[in-house]
Design a binder for this molecule. Structure first.
Ligand SMILES: [Zn+2]
Length: 163
């Protein structure tokens, strides 16, 4: 299948069973990037400048994400940061300036650290749950009387108990 994303970074061919279908086929990553860029445009228009020239805004976003190869998620973070902190931005080109803003970069690093920590914690919980399940399965299969080769008759004097 042909990936419909104009800025596909994966050679333009996508396997049908791995593709995201939405008016055509996309690599998962391409679809995500496309959606994030749409979100950035929407946020910008709704919260920063309702009269912005769409074409200009779009070309600045494409320039940053697809020419400068800046993570679209970071650009989304930058726009959210500008809105949240009521920072001045008069025209879309200002985004080029803000992606290098020291405070925003720092906040992004901090956000990623927190995310990473959360992911590690989640993984830790999952590992613990999995090992508990594994243990229970093993416990069932290795009923200790079977393990010792006892079948129907118990040796005298021994009481089988399952803890
Ligand atoms: Zn693609």
């Amino acid at each position: 299948m042909k990936c419909r994303y104009k800025y596909c970074r994966y050679g333009g061919e996508v396997k049908k069973d791995e593709a995201i279908k939405d008016n055509g086929y996309y690599h998962k990553e391409c679809y995500k990037e496309k959606e994030i860029k749409a979100k950035i445009r929407k946020l910008y228009i709704e919260n920063i400048d309702k009269t912005v020239v769409y074409k200009v805004l779009n070309s600045v976003i494409t320039d940053i994400v697809n020419t400068k190869n800046i993570d679209a998620e970071y650009l989304l973070f930058v726009v959210e940061y500008i809105i949240k902190h009521d920072m001045k931005i008069n025209y879309p080109y200002g985004l080029h300036y803000y992606i290098n803003n020291k405070n925003i970069k720092q906040a992004w690093r901090k956000r990623n650290e927190i995310l990473l920590k959360q992911q590690l914690q989640d993984k830790d919980i999952k590992t613990r749950v999995t090992s508990k399940i594994d243990y229970n399965i093993e416990d069932d299969e290795n009923d200790w009387s079977k393990l010792l080769g006892w079948t129907t008759t118990m040796p005298k004097g021994i009481v089988a108990s399952k803890a």
